[in-house]
Design a protein around this ligand. Structure first.
Ligand SMILES: [Zn+2]
Length: 142
């Protein structure tokens, strides 16, 4: 079990050390980008951070599986960037990943995901983050 805040801090330092581009602030924390989490019985996205970097946007977050979801072990996350009017700008999917099951009495067991949008999120845009069980569903477009 790791502490995601420490991990993202380390990733931020690494990005700053490697690139000429300064890693930006978390757009979700500053309110530049609003967040729409789509919950389902299969899983719930617990936190999301988004940072502009190198002309794109790095999106990281955590998710937990739904209480009743015990039969699927793997899943993926769809990340969609919408403009201020709600039109789809770009969407990406993570590869299929292991998602830890939640067990009664053990609290929330978080899994971490990361995706990179090839465009920089504009102020006022929205991120919609959805967990789907199974392999990437192919509805994300190019
Ligand atoms: Zn999907």
């Amino acid at each position: 079990m790791f502490l995601h805040r420490n991990v993202s801090g380390a990733a931020l330092l690494l990005a700053a050390a490697l690139g000429g581009c300064s890693a930006g602030e978390d757009l979700v924390a500053t309110g530049a980008v609003s967040l729409g989490r789509v919950e389902s019985q299969h899983g719930r996205v617990t936190w999301v951070e988004a940072r502009r970097r190198g002309g794109g946007t790095d999106v990281t977050g955590g998710l937990v599986r739904g209480e009743g979801s015990t039969h699927r072990v793997n899943g993926h996350v769809d990340v969609a960037l919408l403009d201020a009017e709600g039109r789809l700008v770009r969407s990406v999917q993570t590869p299929e990943m292991h998602v830890r099951p939640s067990r009664p009495g053990h609290g929330l067991r978080q899994s971490r995901f990361a995706a990179r949008l090839p465009v920089a999120a504009a102020d006022g845009s929205r991120l919609r983050v959805t967990y789907h069980p199974g392999p990437p569903c192919g509805d994300g477009g190019p």
